[in-house]
Design a protein around this ligand. Structure first.
Ligand code: GDD
Ligand code: MG
Length: 361
């Protein structure tokens, strides 16, 4: 059998990214710079690598940010179209809505991806499982230590999905939905048109109760949902260091510094940090495992670890951040300390010597 491919894909990118606020106030989650380019760009180039030629972005929240950056997809070497929901239709409603732009063959396999996942799994192998099982849908599944924040998806000995339990407090398996599906094109047409539909809570359980074949493709290679600040900095650092390879990162290494960023000679940038265009890092500052968005400034002697500093935000002299998020254009004065989970809102101003949360020893 020749290699199984899919020519078309839908990317679900309409969510509000609420767990990543304030980072997502101005930039939708899939457009946040991850190792120098939007997270979504890494997904699109992977789709191109497996033969996808037509990608439809199912947008809702801040759709203009996507169109302004990606346009018609020419720069990425494929055709890109947009379907925008004026009111969010949910994951299933978004797939159905975008499905109007797909080709007509009901048997064609269509890849559908959550727009906030980094995955190194073998998409070609998932497509082959889908074809061999003659499935309506084939889900990529991974195993995680705590399945409660995900869709729990048990399978039987034949690899058939037996249940879909979204965000269950009592999961029956550690196997979860990894957010990459192969749909038979005709199955997308069975999702109600124009309604709010959750593919996880409505479509998948409905297919299972109706006796349809839903297959699982289990592969536990690199996989990360970038829905939280901690996961976001981890994903970006993994791409920068080459833990996960992406053709959108030319030379993996200890750090990625935009050509027009200004970094003092004695500053230390490491741990897979990504320093955005026009950002400034002052004398003796340390930036480790962190993301500085465009125009962010880290003053002399500051220490920024596992944190995100937003567009044009300022971190004052000797201030220490660890596991923190600083919103766009926020200003933190000198000699502050912000640790695990701290979030400074967009445009907020914190004076000198104002905040000190010491990590418990
Ligand atoms: N177009 C559109 N419309 N897209 C949406 C909508 C909508 O109304 N709501 C959410 N999305 C997009 C988001 O932008 C995101 O890319 C994707 O759908 C999934 O939404 P998340 O909010 O990130 O969901 P989750 O992470 O809590 O759970 C999902 O992903 C897990 C794996 O990462 C579920 O699919 C779980 O079952 C799964 O385990
Ligand atoms: Mg998610």
């Amino acid at each position: 059998m020749g290699q199984v491919t899919a020519a078309e894909a839908i990317l679900l990118v309409g969510g509000q990214g609420s767990r990543l606020r304030p980072l997502t106030v101005n930039i939708p989650k899939p457009m946040l710079p991850c190792a120098g380019v939007p997270l979504l760009a890494h997904q699109i180039v992977r789709l191109r690598e497996v033969g996808v030629r037509h990608v439809i972005l199912a947008t809702s929240y801040r759709p203009e940010v996507f169109t302004e950056y990606f346009g018609d997809g020419t720069a990425l070497g494929l055709a890109l179209e947009y379907m925008t929901e004026t009111e969010p239709l949910g994951t299933g409603g978004g797939i159905r809505n975008a499905g109007a732009l797909l080709g007509p063959d009901p048997e064609a396999p269509v890849l559908v991806l959550n727009g906030d996942v980094l995955s190194g799994h073998d998409i070609g192998a998932q497509l082959a499982v889908h074809a061999a099982a003659c499935a309506e849908v084939t889900l990529h599944l991974v195993r995680v230590p705590d399945p409660r924040a995900f869709g729990c998806v048990p399978t039987n000995a034949e690899g058939r999905v037996t249940a879909f339990l979204e965000k269950s407090p009592e999961p029956v398996s550690d196997q979860i939905n990894a957010g990459c599906y192969v749909f038979r094109r005709g199955t997308i047409d069975t999702i109600p048109d124009g309604d709010v539909v959750s593919v996880e809570r409505d479509t998948f359980p409905g297919l299972l109760s109706g006796g349809s074949v839903v297959a699982g493709y289990v592969e536990c290679s690199y996989w990360l949902d970038l829905g939280t600040p901690a996961a976001f900095v981890q994903g970006s650092a993994d791409l920068v260091r080459g833990v996960l390879r992406s053709v959108a990162v030319e030379r993996p290494g200890a750090a990625l510094v935009a050509p027009d960023a200004t970094v003092a000679v004695d500053a230390v940038i490491d741990g897979g940090s990504a320093i955005g265009p026009g950002a400034v890092v002052g004398a003796g500052a340390q930036v480790s495992g962190s993301v500085l968005l465009a125009g962010a400034q880290v003053a002399a002697g500051a220490v920024v670890r596992d944190s995100v500093v937003g567009l044009g935000a300022y971190v004052g002299e000797r201030t220490a951040l660890s596991g923190a998020v600083v919103g766009d254009a926020a200003r933190i004065g000198a000699d502050n300390e912000l640790i695990a989970g701290a979030r400074v809102w967009t445009d907020a101003v914190i004076g000198d010597h104002a905040v000190r949360f010491s990590a418990p020893s």
